[in-house]
Design a binder for this molecule. Structure first.
Ligand code: MF3
Ligand code: CO
Length: 261
């Protein structure tokens, strides 16, 4: 059942989203060659606490950390570790769910570490383009399939594939609510979007084949062919005539206003 949020609930999600946006503002400073993913996890925890929020991922189905951190061919759910040291030319994804006053906001970014090549930059740009194309269609009356189709087609047009078993989702007082939002679909199908729906839209893309496997740690999802992956996610609310993105940083809001992207 898809839950429609009240204006009061949307305000609470806006606040959880603001905290995530603040973290996206602050975290790039510490993403440098030589940092461990455990150090990044600690900094995220500190920023959440400083802003009255907690990490909804911690303990979720036993997940052991506060933010999923996945490097290069790791597409999802990497576990922060002092043994995972970022190196020049890596790309690293942080996937974070802030919980504040009972409401959640879920978002992911893939960042460059040090100096990256065109191959890495391209992967980061394509995932964001998938998201931008998807939300350009999001408004009351649009079909869920329109959104999924836009993600899948944008990936395909850029020679990338998408995972079949991992999806975006509704979000609110629970991390995963209806509907599930795959990274592919058929336009004109699925439930119609309504004002007050809150959704985590999260294009995940693979440079090569769509096949993935889970590492022995039981969490980390990697591309079977070892090629690059990237992920870009925001929590959004459907408004009267479009949607509002709740998890942008101030810099991202400004860039979107100025360039439309
Ligand atoms: N943030 C992820 C999502 O987009 C979920 C992470 S799974 C967890 O749905 F176990 F790490 F929480
Ligand atoms: Co999500």
């Amino acid at each position: 059942m898809i839950i429609i949020k009240s204006p009061r609930e949307i305000d609470l999600m806006r606040e959880a989203g603001r905290v995530v946006g603040l973290i996206w503002e602050k975290i790039p400073e510490i993403i440098v060659p030589g940092v461990s993913t455990l150090e990044i996890n600690s900094e995220v925890e500190r920023l959440l606490a400083e802003n009255g929020a907690t990490a909804a991922e911690k303990g979720y189905y036993g997940y052991p950390a506060s933010v999923c951190i996945s490097v290069n061919e790791q597409i999802l759910h990497g576990i922060p570790s002092k043994k995972v040291i970022l190196r020049d030319g890596d790309i690293v994804t942080l996937d974070l769910v802030a919980l504040k006053n009972g409401y959640m906001a879920d978002s992911a970014r893939t960042y460059e570490v040090g100096i990256c090549g065109e191959r890495q930059k391209r992967m980061i740009a394509i995932a964001k383009q998938c998201f931008d194309n998807a939300i350009s269609l999001l408004k009351p009356g649009a079909h869920l399939g329109d959104i999924c189709h836009a993600i899948g087609e944008t990936a395909k047009a850029n020679g990338c594939s998408v995972p079949t078993d991992y999806t975006g989702h509704g979000i609110g007082t629970h991390m995963h609510e209806d509907p599930y939002i795959p990274c592919f679909g058929t336009a004109g199908t699925g439930p119609k979007m309504r004002e007050g729906m809150t959704l985590a839209i999260e294009p995940m893309i693979l440079e090569g084949r769509p096949d993935v496997r889970v590492l022995k740690d039981g969490w980390t999802v990697v591309a079977k062919d070892g090629k690059l992956t990237s992920h870009y996610e925001n929590t959004v609310v459907v408004t009267k005539d479009g949607c509002e993105v709740l998890t942008y940083s101030e810099a991202e809001k400004k860039a979107r206003k100025e360039t439309g992207n």
